[in-house]
Design a protein. Sequence first.
Length: 108
Amino acid sequence: MLQKFLQYGESAGDRESRELICAQLSKEGFIWGAEPVLVLPGSQQGIELVGKFFRDDSFAVTVEARTYLAALRVFKLFAADLRPFDQGVKPAAKAVKSLRLLYIIPTF
């Protein structure tokens, strides 16, 4: 009991939180179990994981012209070719034939 109490928790994040996320996503038609879902302590860690995942010799990231500066730094750390756009997501996606990663910031 004490050993369980002193643990940091699951590396993927709190299981109950991941299950709630999956339940919400299932309403939108995305059916997953909690296993592939990660709950991270902050956006920076998530951006770094994405950078590591997409990294290769031709790693290009299409980014909004005005964006989160720390994300640009992480992508540059992984030698990404940054391609800014300023006319909206749909025109940007059409302009880049081999779009692999589009980084945008939500506005509410």
